[in-house]
Design a protein around this ligand. Structure first.
Ligand code: HEM
Length: 386
C-alpha cells in the first residue's frame, strides 16, 4: 500500500510554491497590462517587468522539471480509482506542458517581434533573443502566432489551475486523505520542510540584487514614452503644406548611461493621416498613397543609438512605409518643457522611395519628392523620477 503521509521533497515543495506564486501573478498582471492602451507608459513598464519575471519563472520551471525527472514523487493513495489516478496524471502532464509552453512562447514572441525590443532582465542582464526566430524573414507572422499561443495557453492554464485547486480541495475536505498536505511547506510537527527556506531565500536574494543593481545609478533606469505626435511637411503647388497622423505610439527604452543598449520604436496608424483638407486626406488613404487597407501602420525600429552631445542622440534604424523598409538616421534631442521631458527630432525622406504617389504624381512639379517628418513625444521615467 502507498503511504499517503509520505511527503514531497523540500526542494520540490519550494519550486512548486515559488512557481505557483510567479505564474498566478503573471497571469493576473499579463491580462491586466494588455488591457491598457498601447501608448500607455504603464503598459510598457509592466511589459518589461513581465518579461523579467517571466524569464525567472522559466528558469525555475526548467530546474523544477529536471528535479522532477530525477526524483520520483510520492505515490497516490490506494483508495483512488483508476480514472482518478489517470485524470491526475493527465492534468499534471498538461500543467507541465503549459507552464513550459507559456514562457517559451513569450520568449519567441518578443524575439521575433518586428519592434526588436531588447529583453533586459530587471534592467541588469541582457537576455538573448531566441535563435533563429529573431532573424527569420516572416518575423511579424511568427511573433503574432506565438502571441496567440501565449494568450491561449494562458487561458488554458487558468482553466486547468481551477481544476487542480478543486482536486486539491476535494482531497483535503471531502476525501480527507492528506494528499494536499504532502505539498505543504510546513511540516506536520511545525517548522519548514528541509530545502524550502534556502531555495526561496536564494531566489528572492538573486531577484532583489538584480533589481537593486539594474535600477540603481542616476540615469540608468529605462525611460518610456508617453503622448506622441508625428507631423510632416511637403511642397504642394509651391506651397509648404503640413500634415500629421493623429494616432501614433512610441516605445522608448533609453539608458542614458548606455545609449547603445537603448531602443526607439514608433508606429503611426496610417488611416489617421490628416492635412486639414478633406480631399487630400481621402486621396492619401488610397492604394497609390498610404494604401491604408493593406498597410494600416507605418513604423520606425531603431537599430543603434549613440550619444551625439548633451541630451542629443543619434538614432539609426529602419523606417517602414507600405511594407517598404529603408534605413535612416536622425538626431533626437531631449528638452525640458514645463517640467516635462520631451524628445524631438526630424528627418527627410523621398516619397518615391516608399512609392507614395508613384503612379498619380510621378513628377515633382506639383508635389515635391521631399517630405520632412518631425516627431515629438513625452519621455517618462519608468520606475522613478530622475
Ligand atoms: C510563466 C510565465 C508567464 C505567464 C504566466 C505569462 C502570462 C501572460 C498573459 C496572461 C499575458 C496576456 C496575454 C493576452 O491576453 O494577450 C501575457 C502577455 C505578454 N507576455 Fe507573458 N507570461 C509569461 C512569461 C513571459 C515571458 C518569459 C515573456 C518574454 C520574455 C513574456 C512576454 C509577454 C509579452 C510581451 C506580453 C504582451 C503581449 C502584448 O502586448 O500583446 N511572457 N503573458
Amino acid at each position: 500500500m502507498n503511504d499517503t503521509t509520505q511527503r514531497y521533497n523540500g526542494i520540490a515543495i519550494g519550486f512548486h510554491w515559488l512557481i505557483a506564486f510567479l505564474i498566478i501573478s503573471m497571469l493576473a498582471t499579463g491580462n491586466f497590462m494588455v488591457s491598457l492602451e498601447e501608448s500607455d507608459p504603464m503598459r510598457f513598464w509592466l511589459t518589461q517587468l513581465h518579461k523579467s519575471f517571466g524569464i525567472v519563472a522559466m528558469i525555475l520551471i526548467v530546474c523544477r522539471s529536471l528535479w522532477r525527472l530525477t526524483h520520483r514523487p510520492p505515490g497516490l493513495p490506494d483508495h483512488m480509482k483508476t480514472w482518478e489516478v489517470r485524470a491526475a496524471g493527465v492534468s499534471h502532464a498538461l500543467l507541465y506542458l503549459l507552464i513550459i509552453l507559456i514562457p517559451v512562447s513569450g520568449w519567441i514572441m518578443v524575439s521575433a517581434s518586428p519592434l526588436d525590443l531588447p529583453t533586459v532582465v530587471f534592467n541588469a542582464i541582457q537576455w538573448p533573443h531566441f535563435p533563429p526566430f529573431d532573424s527569420m524573414p516572416n518575423k511579424a507572422d511568427i511573433s503574432s502566432l506565438f502571441a496567440d499561443i501565449h494568450k491561449l495557453a494562458g487561458w488554458a492554464l487558468i482553466g486547468l489551475l481551477f481544476a487542480h485547486i478543486g482536486a486539491t480541495l476535494r482531497h483535503q475536505f471531502i476525501l480527507r486523505d492528506d494528499v494536499a498536505k504532502r505539498m505543504s511547506p510546513r511540516l506536520p510537527g511545525g517548522g519548514w520542510a528541509a530545502g524550502v527556506v534556502p531555495l526561496t531565500g536564494v531566489v528572492v536574494i538573486v531577484v532583489a540584487a538584480l533589481i537593486a543593481f539594474g535600477y540603481s545609478g542616476s540615469g540608468s533606469a529605462p525611460l518610456g514614452a508617453g503622448e506622441s505626435r508625428v507631423d510632416f511637411t511637403f511642397t504642394l503647388q509651391n506651397e509648404e503644406t503640413q500634415g500629421s497622423f493623429s494616432e501614433s505610439s512610441v516605445e522608448l527604452l533609453l539608458d542614458t548611461n548606455n545609449p547603445a543598449g537603448s531602443s526607439l520604436n514608433a508606429t503611426v496608424n496610417t488611416a489617421t493621416v490628416t492635412t486639414g483638407t478633406g480631399q487630400i486626406d481621402s486621396t492619401l488613404l488610397r492604394e497609390d498613397w498610404f494604401d491604408v487597407e493593406a498597410h494600416p501602420q507605418a513604423s520606425f525600429t531603431s537599430r543603434e543609438m549613440t550619444a551625439a552631445g548633451e541630451n542629443i542622440y543619434s538614432v539609426y534604424g529602419t523606417l517602414r512605409i507600405k511594407g517598404i523598409a529603408k534605413d535612416i538616421e536622425f538626431p533626437m534631442e531631449l528638452v525640458s518643457v514645463e517640467n516635462k521631458r520631451i524628445a524631438t527630432g526630424s528627418f527627410a525622406i523621398d516619397r518615391l522611395d516608399f512609392e507614395l504617389g508613384r503612379d498619380s504624381q510621378p513628377e515633382e512639379d506639383s508635389l515635391g519628392y521631399q517630405v520632412v517628418v518631425s516627431f515629438e513625444f513625452e519621455v517618462q521615467s519608468q520606475l522613478r523620477d530622475q
